[in-house]
Design a protein around this ligand. Structure first.
Ligand code: H2P
Length: 854
């Protein structure tokens, strides 16, 4: 009965005037509408921040339309779905990324410009310069810092693992895969790093302070999550079963973040859970008149999703962390099972419809949770439940460091999740029985492989649980895979070689070229004669043909120079240090960790400084000027990492104030390194360092972003670098240092014998207080001297300096350097997350694209 005999859908479509339009006029109208009705400012008078808000809401409307259509389409087709479970997603800012993926950047810019606003300013391409300077000098608290920001970073993760999740979400959407990301909506993301007098201070990152237009609160999508309590025997339908009587219930509420694909209508969901007090009322407390306390206790529930744990190397014994893990896993599993049951009557099809990806061990309790649901709620019995379980999980590990493999004390588990502990014991018992049949009475091996670690403190080895229950165990590079086989999980590899695979990491070219380096993007499209490489990355390889073309080289240099200019402005505003654009910008940005060897870099800078100081004036003409840039956060409890940051500042203070050295050498520490800072710094770098001790970096993804932006790599043959060498050629990189297989033997030698004189000399300068803080740096120097140099800085030092010298020589030959730079971009295709995701889809998850019609 709708007007003119139209169907309801037709009529509604007409009422809404079809889909939102993307021409500048329509966008402008929407922006003004949101200024007036969403932001509630007058459309005749609004500022940058309000314009940002209104623009974001206009973009969000378009995202929501596509997102609804995509979800509707998935529902109709009911394909096998991928659920990507991760405790960390480092999304960064959303505005520019959404605008690029929706293909409306130019239209937005035009719409805004008529209103008197600049798109670049709103999207905060230039990270707020003034503020950082203020932070240094006046120690503005982070609130005033936030006031200057248009959009803050969504920093719900620590480093590579979390940014990888974000890149993979972008690829999943772009390649039309029916996928969901599940995680936690932390109120406080990764801490903000403030540097005072060269020391790191941590400040809370209350990123939601000014609202977040990129999420949609789903009050009706919420699930109870239970903790503590006891387990009882019961009989249901004549069968014995277990019932968990929980001691606490917390409500998980969904916040959906639409993730748009590029060049497609597909827009997938990143669903993050927030903890809210449960609705059920605590009659007893209210009855005893303890009204206030009852409310306070309910509020405590929210703590669960309050704060992201900074990378801590060992989370053992942290109840809140275990609760966070189970909270997000339980809500996600309820959601996944609800979606499955909407269409399917029983669980027979579950493995054909559901793929569950464990991003590291953090979500691995989902294994016990699924088993609990199948056993205790669906009453499928052990055999059937186990058969389903072992077909659905795949596990990716991101480390080779034994201390990063999570263990949970059994006592803690027993208290927080008593029923899950029972299930894990049962899984382990059956696994041990099966293993004994295969390998006999090899007790040493049995005990190494057991999910339960015996000892003074009994632990659950979460990695072992994940391997036993997953159909696939993935490494993040080929080198990592070899190490898993030969060192980390050898026992398991020998038992199930077919379970082990590797999918070399990748990064998305949408964020790391198109969004962060628009001029390079335009240049590539011009020379390739197409923009198709943005979603078909293999086309990038065609740039190789033009690597030595003088015209391309000229334009390439211009792009680099403009990007370097932005970095130089940023450095000056932030630290007052003026840098020369002719200098080579040499960058190392990543988490601060001993194995990543920022200390090697700083010692190398000291050596360079020392050499310049000792040169004849005439010789100095030959020195290639350098700006050495270091950035990264040290985990709050990691003393040595914090000392590395302080050393960097102390050395910078001396060098940067030495007029005798001038532009020949500068050292700069960029504070509060995050995704947005990376977007600024990476395009403006000439050389970047990836210098971990061989055998320690599982993959490394920063290198891939630099590569895409035509930045040369100075690196050790570690992690994914080995594969980068295959693509780019060692002759176009600066590779140095011990190889993975040499490290062990080197460690066994006395390190003082191997460390060259130059190394001892620079270390002595630090020890003797040349840069001040003599006592403070003593323990730092001790980590690399006196036979203790675990990360082999001493033995790699000479070849590090040689590689640096080779980079200097190459930089002088501009033509050659440009050619190498172009070859880096051209050779980066293999390191797109599109390739990684296609690989996972085919070899691990068994999912197919499900494209929503336009
Ligand atoms: C970690 C590994 C990297 C790897 C990344 C993604 C944990 O990240 O150390 O080698 O590339 O995961 O798999 P990172 O150290 O960069 O924070």
């Amino acid at each position: 009965g709708f007007v003119g005999g139209k169907s309801k859908t037709e009529r509604m479509f007409e009422m809404m005037d079809g889909f939102l339009k993307n021409d500048p006029d329509s966008l402008q109208k929407d922006i003004l509408h949101h200024v007036e009705y969403t932001v509630a400012r007058s459309r005749f008078s609004f500022d940058d921040f309000e314009a940002y808000q209104a623009l974001s809401h206009s973009v969000r409307d378009r995202l929501i339309e596509r997102w609804h259509d995509t979800q509707q389409h998935f529902k109709k087709k009911d394909p096998k779905r991928l659920y990507f479970l991760s405790l960390e997603f480092l999304m960064g800012r959303s505005l520019s990324n959404s605008v690029v993926n929706l293909g409306i950047r130019d239209q937005c810019a035009e719409a805004l410009s008529e209103l008197g606003f600049e798109y670049e300013v709103l999207a905060e391409q230039v990270v707020n310069l003034i503020v950082c300077y203020f932070c240094e000098i006046f120690y503005f608290n982070y609130l005033s810092y936030m006031l200057f920001l248009k959009e803050g970073d969504a920093a719900l993760g620590n480093g590579g693992l979390a940014r990888l999740s974000a890149c993979q979400m972008d690829s999943l959407a772009t390649l039309d895969y029916p996928a969901w990301g599940y995680g936690l909506r932390y109120q406080y993301g990764l801490f903000r790093q403030i540097i005072l007098d060269g020391f790191q201070h941590e400040q809370p990152d209350y990123w939601l302070n000014f609202g977040n237009p990129w999420e949609i609160e789903r009050v009706h999508v919420s699930y109870p999550v239970k903790f503590y309590g006891t387990v009882k025997e019961d009989v249901v339908n004549g069968k014995e079963c277990k019932v968990w009587i929980p001691g606490e219930t917390v409500e998980a509420v969904a916040y959906d973040n639409p993730i748009p694909g590029y060049g497609t209508r597909n827009t997938i969901t990143l669903r993050l859970w927030a903890a809210k007090p449960s609705d059920g009322c605590d009659i007893e407390s209210y009855n005893t008149g303890d009204y206030i306390n009852a409310i306070v206790n309910r509020q405590k529930a929210e703590i669960i999703s309050n704060v992201l744990y900074p990378d801590d190397r060992s989370y053992q014994g942290k109840e809140l962390r275990l609760k966070q893990q189970y909270f997000f896993v339980s809500a996600s599993m309820q959601d996944i099972i609800r979606r499955f049951k909407d269409v399917h009557e029983n669980f027979d099809d579950f493995p054909d419809k559901v793929a569950l990806q464990l991003n590291d061990t953090h979500p691995s309790i989902s294994i016990a949770e699924l088993m609990r649901v199948l056993l205790d709620e669906e009453h499928l019995g052990w055999k059937k439940s186990w058969n389903i379980l072992k077909q659905v999980f795949s596990f990716t590990t991101h480390t080779v460091l034994p201390e990063a493999l999570e263990k949970v004390p059994v006592d803690l588990f027993q208290n927080v999740l008593p029923r899950h502990l029972e299930i894990i014991y049962d899984i382990n018992f059956k696994f041990m029985e099966e293993l004994k049949e295969k390998i006999g009475q090899d007790y040493a091996r049995l005990s190494r492989m057991s999910i339960v670690e015996e000892g003074a403190v009994k632990n659950i080895r979460v990695a072992n649980l994940s391997i036993v229950c997953s159909h696939t165990v993935n490494a993040v590079s080929r080198a990592h895979y070899e190490l898993l086989k030969t060192r980390v999980f050898t026992d398991f590899y020998e038992l199930w070689p077919e379970k082990f695979q590797f999918k070399t990491n990748g990064v998305t070219q949408r964020r790391w070229i198109v969004v962060s380096n628009p001029s390079l993007c335009a240049l590539i499209s011009k020379w390739l004669g197409t923009e198709s490489w943005i979603s078909d990355i293999d086309l990038l390889a065609r740039l190789r043909e033009y690597a030595s073309n003088p015209d391309l080289q000229k334009e390439w240099t211009m792009v680099k120079k403009t990007n370097k200019m932005r970095v130089a402005e940023y450095i000056e505003a932030m630290s007052g240090v003026k840098v020369s654009l002719d200098a080579m910008f040499d960058v190392q940005v990543k988490r601060i960790h001993e194995y990543k060897r920022q200390l090697l870099n700083i010692l190398g800078v000291i050596h360079r400084y020392d050499c310049i100081k000792n040169m004849e004036k005439s010789e100095r003409k030959k020195v290639v000027p350098r700006v050495c840039i270091i950035g990264g956060k040290a985990p709050p409890g990691y003393e040595i990492a914090k000392k590395i940051i302080k050393l960097c500042h102390a050395v910078a203070e001396t060098i940067n104030n030495d007029e005798d050295v001038g532009d020949l050498l500068k050292l700069v520490f960029i504070p509060d390194y995050n995704v947005s800072v990376a977007e600024l710094v990476i395009p403006g770098s000439d050389l970047s360092q990836h210098i971990s001790t061989a055998g320690h970096e599982a993959s490394g993804t920063g290198s891939m972003k630099f590569l895409m932006n035509g930045c040369l790599l100075l690196a050790t043959a570690d992690g994914s670098t080995n594969e980068i060498i295959e693509e780019i050629g060692a002759e176009n990189m600066f590779i140095f240092g011990a190889k993975i297989h040499e490290v062990q033997a080197l460690r066994e030698k006395d390190s003082n014998v191997k460390a060259p004189l130059q190394f001892m000399r620079v270390l002595r300068m630090v020890r003797d207080g040349y840069f001040g803080f003599k006592d403070y740096f003593k323990s730092l120097c001790d980590t690399v001297e006196n036979g203790k140099d675990f990360y082999l800085l001493g033995s790699d030092f000479a070849s590090y300096l040689e590689a640096q010298a080779a980079a200097d020589r190459a930089y002088v030959d501009k033509k050659k350097w440009n050619e190498m730079s172009i070859l880096c971009t051209a050779g980066s295709a293999r390191f797109s997350s599109d390739r990684t995701i296609e690989d996972y889809a085919e070899k691990t998850w068994g999912i197919q694209p499900c494209k929503c019609p336009f």
